[in-house]
Design a protein around this ligand. Structure first.
Ligand SMILES: CC(C)(COP(=O)(O)OP(=O)(O)OC[C@H]1O[C@@H](n2cnc3c(N)ncnc32)[C@H](O)[C@@H]1OP(=O)(O)O)[C@@H](O)C(=O)NCCC(=O)NCCS
Length: 172
């Protein structure tokens, strides 16, 4: 276990952990007429809906209960998708706070003929574990990090948390 992650688990008094793989969520969608904008491309709002859905499922799998989305960073579209394209949304938990967790969501358009994927967007969502009344509650599970990539993501998430906190303080 990475030291800052172990510190985080101790600080929150958690005794149980889950692996990133336990909650990783892949959603596959076919782009249909109703998903397209006036220029014949995938509508950005529809992709946002799919990203939010995948992040929510991954977060619920990790926490074992309901979550709500607090923040989305960020929507930059690197690659277009068109009608009948296959879009793959891959969501994984990167960091656990006290009541919130960060989920990285990569969206790809799949080239079926070449068996390859082009990245459309990478987003980081902050999901908050909530009770039935929508009040934040402590996440019962820590995160077991099992690769250098997962440890790098955890460290990156800690920096992103600081940036978000600063943005909130500045009313941005
Ligand atoms: C998200 C929400 C539950 C947070 O409630 P709150 O009273 O501000 O709770 P807190 O200040 O205790 O924050 C709870 C956690 O959320 C995080 N958080 C709150 N606002 C955040 C923001 N804008 N960006 C990133 N994280 C945020 C806090 O850092 C904290 O995390 P931690 O416990 O891991 O340190 C509340 O703002 C809410 O219900 N928002 C609407 C969510 C919604 O409806 N989403 C659907 C999209 S429309």
């Amino acid at each position: 276990m990475h030291s800052s992650e172990a510190d985080g688990n101790r600080r929150e008094g958690r005794t149980a952990s889950k692996r990133v793989a336990d909650s990783r969520t892949e959603v596959t969608r076919n782009v249909t007429e109703g998903d397209m904008n006036g220029q014949g491309r995938l509508f950005g709002g529809r992709l946002m809906e799919w990203i939010d859905e995948a992040a929510g499922i991954a977060a619920r799998r990790h926490c074992g209960g309901n979550v709500t989305t607090a923040c989305v960073d960020q929507l930059v579209f690197h690659h277009p998708a068109f009608r009948n394209d296959v879009v793959v949304i891959d969501a994984r938990v990167t960091h656990i706070g006290r009541t919130s967790l960060e989920v990285r969501v990569d969206s790809y358009v799949e080239d079926i003929a070449r068996s390859s994927r082009n990245l459309i967007n990478r987003a980081y969502l902050t999901e908050v574990f909530v009770d039935d009344g929508g009040t934040p509650r402590p996440i019962p599970y820590g995160l077991d990090l099992s690769s250098d990539a997962e440890r790098d993501e955890w460290r990156g998430a800690e920096r992103r948390r600081q940036v978000r906190r600063q943005r909130l303080e500045e009313g941005f």
